[in-house]
Design a protein around this ligand. Sequence first.
Ligand SMILES: Cc1cc2nc3c(=O)[nH]c(=O)nc-3n(C[C@H](O)[C@H](O)[C@H](O)COP(=O)(O)OP(=O)(O)OC[C@H]3O[C@@H](n4cnc5c(N)ncnc54)[C@H](O)[C@@H]3O)c2cc1C
Length: 407
Amino acid sequence: MSDSNKWDTIVIGGGIMGSWTAVQLLRAGVEKVLLLEKFPLPHTRGSSHGATRICRFGYPQDHQTILARDSLQDWFWLQQESGQQIIRETPLLWTADAKNEHEMTHALANIKNLCPQARVRVFEDPAVTSISQEFPQLTFPSEICASAMLDNSAYVLMADKITSLLRTWICQHGGVIKDGMEVQGIQVDGNEDVAVETQGQSQKFHAKTLVICAGAWAKPFLEMAGVGTLPLQPVKIQVAYFQEKPGQKHPHLSQIHESSKYNCNWSIPSIEYPGLVKFGPHQGPAINPDARDAVDAEGELKKLREFVAETCQALDPTPKIVETCMYTAPDSNWDLLSEKSWPLGLKEEKFLTNCQPCLLQDLHNLSSKQLAEKFRSMWYLSEYVHIETCKKNTTSRAMLKDEIPPV
Ligand SMILES: Cc1cc2nc3c(=O)[nH]c(=O)nc-3n(C[C@H](O)[C@H](O)[C@H](O)COP(=O)(O)OP(=O)(O)OC[C@H]3O[C@@H](n4cnc5c(N)ncnc54)[C@H](O)[C@@H]3O)c2cc1C
């Protein structure tokens, strides 16, 4: 085997997850890191494209809040390292109807307990009146808004800029990115060697460790690598941009809304396209990631249009731009790390216990030898195992506090 085909770690997937993973490996001192991406970069076929993402601390489950909170230092690290603005303070308004307000209540408790420095406040009852006094352009009927909170400690991340900066950093620090290089096979052998076959087996790479960050495409790789079948079902997310009416301004807020009438949606203020406010649903139709455009997501788009027409007086409710993205699993599927979600083999070993902090804790407590044995030579990382962009780098870093599994 030629030396140029031997690596310490191979990362599959050049989205935000794979890019951060490669950066964190290099920061941790791993020397030979290869990132393989099937499409020429940058591309818009996965989950990470688009100019912006919300970074928030209010999550219904405490481990999500902890991960989001702890990842902040890495976003600021990247901002300082690159000299580019990648993170912008942007308040977040969360509204919910009576049936869905419990999520917000849990999120609020988590922010207060785990991020005591966060600046968050609840709107006085009746929430709809308090909101329209402060933001006259927002007109929520009480049937869809029983409670509301404003998180002044939320951010918007400049997503496309970030992935591009991470890739540059990787190349400047000794990592290698090969794009247009589709991984087609994985073989994990007993000697802690992983063989990765690309493009019709014409090229084979070997590594001690493999990290799968293939997003919506992750499931078959896990099966190939012998990890088993995880309940990952990619869904199509259609994002719509609504224009401010002439002479009117939509408030400079991100939003999350949950109600029986409109399901769950989010929005990001006019940061990427001047005068256009971005809205997206948290749910969408199930898809095959290679045929995502064949599936109609008009139902979710219609709900967004109706939501904008009813609640956002400064916006024209006909979207000017519609873009497509994917979630690796439905957004409600927070708990892929719960035991019941995992393949039997792992469950029986009690390696992965109830939730994410346990996973991190276990990884901290395991020696590198145990870690290598448990995962053989493979770590598995994927979108909803490490849940959202803002938390992923934390997770990678936490894992890397332990030694890299030995050869
Ligand atoms: C519309 C939308 C809005 C979102 N908003 C937020 C938000 O506000 N806040 C937040 O935190 N998160 C948000 N998310 C979620 C976040 O964007 C995703 O969690 C994140 O982008 C997932 O990144 P990833 O690297 O796992 O997946 P991807 O970006 O899809 O990367 C996976 C990569 O693997 C590559 N790949 C697949 N198969 C192969 C192969 N065989 N060989 C080589 N490479 C392969 C793919 O081409 C792809 O580039 C949003 C997602 C969407 C779609």
